[in-house]
Design a protein around this ligand. Sequence first.
Ligand SMILES: C[S@@+](CC[C@H](N)C(=O)[O-])C[C@H]1O[C@@H](n2cnc3c(N)ncnc32)[C@H](O)[C@@H]1O
Length: 298
Amino acid sequence: MTITSATGASAPASAVLAPAASPGTSPAADEQAYVHGYSPTEARRLGDQADTLAALLHAGPVYPPGSRVLEAGCGVGAQTVHLLNAHPGLLLTAADISAESLARARERVAEHLPDAEVRWHHGDLHRLPFPDDAFDHVFVCFVLEHLADPAAALTALRRVLRPGGTLTVIEGDHGSAFFHPRGEAAQRVVDHLVRLQADGGGDGLLGRRLYPLLTRAGFGDVAVEPRTVYVDGARPDLVEGFTRRTFVAMVEAVRADAVAAGLTTAEAFDLGVAELRRAAEPGGTLHYTFFKAVAVNP
Ligand SMILES: C[S@@+](CC[C@H](N)C(=O)[O-])C[C@H]1O[C@@H](n2cnc3c(N)ncnc32)[C@H](O)[C@@H]1O
């Protein structure tokens, strides 16, 4: 199933609203700027990431049944499934700028939770067509780090959140990654990812900025918690699910872009990834910290 047009021709008309692209900026154009891209490999990586980290990232305040929740930047639905699983009776609207990702999200939810009802919206979270105060809670995961102006995005999301409603934001920070064995070439490939993301207008180090971003956007009671993943040989599930399939996969996916941007050669990049992979071998370890913030719309 695909969503074939702005009006969601292959989906129920009530389920997919028209995209709200600004003049001259189609969602497709925005999609191209996204550092991780929209390949099937990336879709798999998002699924592995969400499934591996579900307990770590979703632990926290629970949305009561009947809550009107917006998931902004739902991607392929990797977190959507966990949100629905953890919150029976949720009235969920899931939005993304990528029609292709949204189609995959619909498939994923239909496969895992065939009875779930989700209102799908294809469009830009900066220009959501929902009325003010339309939601009790907003959930955003791994999205702000890809936006040129995360403060503007937060302001746009606050508009659709009712007074007293909460915003939950989860972001990574690639500067929090350290690994054993330590290697200069491995560190350089991680730095290439951060640089490419910055060149694309994003910020791979956004996690550490959540508190100032949220307070400046007018949110109150901002509470930011570091949520650390530490992986060693005692957790083979995390070695596979996080070190290999989430973290190393994310870094190695920018190989072509890093070479094209003149940051490195293919040989040097491959050497760095090989070095990084040693963190997933016997005796290797990896540390990475996510940041989860919950804030209130005063
Ligand atoms: C790294 S993915 C994260 C997806 C999902 N939240 C997850 O954790 O698996 C980032 C998503 O944000 C979406 N996105 C980026 N800019 C957006 C915008 N301006 N409006 C809506 N979605 C956007 C992308 O299309 C992509 O699906």
